[in-house]
Design a binder for this molecule. Structure first.
Ligand code: EPU
Length: 421
């Protein structure tokens, strides 16, 4: 695979409208959920992302038939295998969310244990604890989780870990419980909107779920689920990224197809920094209102400030005079972007789970590289603000989670080019 880079000639304020795509972190578990039924499911507003392609490959390797036309996916898993291979799972940690559906539907699952990634260790102990609470027997050997659950039945499970609830763990337990006998109560469930969106889809399939979006979710198992249609929620992280880029470049950007209620923590911080936000006829417009002020941010599970927006916000804060402190409470080593922003002229010091940003130092274009999706987005924002040309290398990370990012930025007036390196 040829590696691609993004060349950004900075200093242009972003202006115009951009359509927000369907949410990556909603569509991935939703695609896995289609394994719960032998009937055909249709998912609309599916973003064109590398991670979606990886999930398609996983579903196909498990025996599902997948048709992909435009932004619609039609998936039919009439017959299923029970084993998800390392080759697919290693590419994407989100693939762990086939565990719950396989266990629910075929009462047996063998899924390669996902490795850690650049944002730190990514344990799955809580997922397994959830499966055990449903009566499954779980063993991890030879790099695979093997779970069997002939008598899968409802149970009570607490899914809080050292950093709060687990998002995909909640999705996994909800999906397995949908076909278990009896009632499951998940305490300390993740409240992320992606979980609520998954529950809406599962309910359309016939699942009985109450409380999704709150810390207590109750699932009453049913014998069978049927096919369903669903449109994926808008990507709140993509929306936040373009909103921050608008403020960072002193531009004015209107986001179409967003849900402001998913963005409250981000809007609150952008307001404190000095952004002006207008919401009219389903669109949101972001620009700078006044001189920017530094802020302190702590990432937390939803409805707190999202860890997935921390890096982009750091890029903005490098240009806000004064000292901002960012504390990362979800993935404590998620600061790789700090060193790369530093190469562009930013003054950021990482001390344990906090980054101290001394804002206001000029950024100049440089070659940079990030090894995680959101860190790469931060470098793009850095490049858009910087003087001169920034080359963001290895943009396959961006392509995992941002649909056509170069086209969308060009549509807003940015001087951005994709090139082979
Ligand atoms: N954790 C445990 N034990 C577990 C699972 C998680 O201790 O069994 C810890 C993690 O180490 C972390 C915290 O719990 O400290 C939260 O992790 P979580 O399980 O919620 O993360 P995830 O479900 O694997 C999803 C998103 C991430 C996003 C996090 C947090 C998907 C596909 N991924 O991951 O998205 O950062 O929730 O909101 O939904 C991204 O899009 O760039 C991304 C990394």
């Amino acid at each position: 695979m040829a590696l691609e880079s993004l060349l950004i000639n900075g200093g242009v304020p972003l202006r115009g409208e951009v359509e927000i795509s369907g949410a990556k972190n909603a569509v991935l578990p939703m695609m896995a959920a289609t394994l719960l039924t032998r009937e055909r499911c249709t998912i609309r507003r599916v973003p064109d992302l590398a991670d979606v392609k990886t999930m398609v490959a996983i579903l196909q390797s498990l025996g599902a038939k997948v048709q992909h036309a435009g932004d619609t996916l039609v998936i039919e898993a009439a017959r299923l295998k029970d084993k998800a291979d390392y080759d697919h799972v290693r590419k994407m940690r989100g693939s762990i969310c086939v565990l719950g559906p396989l266990l629910g539907r075929v009462r047996r699952a063998k899924v390669s244990v996902p490795g850690g990634c650049q944002i730190g260790p990514r344990p799955i102990g809580l997922h397994l604890k959830g499966m055990e609470a449903l009566g499954a027997k779980v063993k991890t050997t030879g790099g695979y989780v093997r779970a069997t659950g002939k008598d899968l039945r409802g149970g009570q499970v607490f899914l809080g870990g050292h950093a709060g609830p687990t998002v995909l763990g909640t999705a996994n337990v909800m999906m397995a419980a949908a076909l278990a006998k009896g009632t499951t109560v998940i305490e300390s469930a993740a409240c992320e909107p992606e979980i609520t969106d998954l529950a809406v889809f599962l309910k359309a399939m016939g699942a009985k779920i109450d409380g999704a979006g709150s810390p207590t979710i109750t699932v009453t198992g049913v014998k069978e689920l049927s096919g369903a249609e669903h449109e994926v929620m808008p990507d709140r992280i993509e929306a936040a990224t373009y909103a921050i880029a608008a403020v960072a470049t002193r531009g004015e950007v209107t986001l179409k197809g967003v849900r402001p209620e998913h963005l409250t923590a981000v809007l609150d911080k952008l307001d404190s920094v000095g952004a002006k936000v207008e919401f009219k006829r389903g669109k949101m417009t972001f620009k700078r209102a006044r001189t920017l002020k530094p802020v302190d941010i702590t990432t937390l599970p939803y409805p707190g400030f999202p860890t997935d927006v921390q890096a982009q916000m750091m890029a903005l804060l490098t240009q806000v005079p004064g000292i901002s402190v960012i504390t990362e409470r979800v993935f404590e080593s998620r600061f790789m972007h700090a060193a790369e922003l530093h190469r562009m002229g930013a003054d950021v010091a990482v001390k344990g789970p906090s980054a101290i940003v001394k804002g206001g130092t000029a950024l100049s274009g440089a070659q940079v590289m990030a090894s995680d999706l959101r860190a790469s987005a931060a470098l793009v924002i850095g490049g858009l603000m910087a003087n001169g040309i920034t080359q963001v290398n290895r943009i396959y990370h961006l392509d995992r989670g941002y649909e056509r990012i170069d086209d969308k930025l060009r549509g807003l007036g940015a001087r951005v080019q994709r090139m082979q390196t």
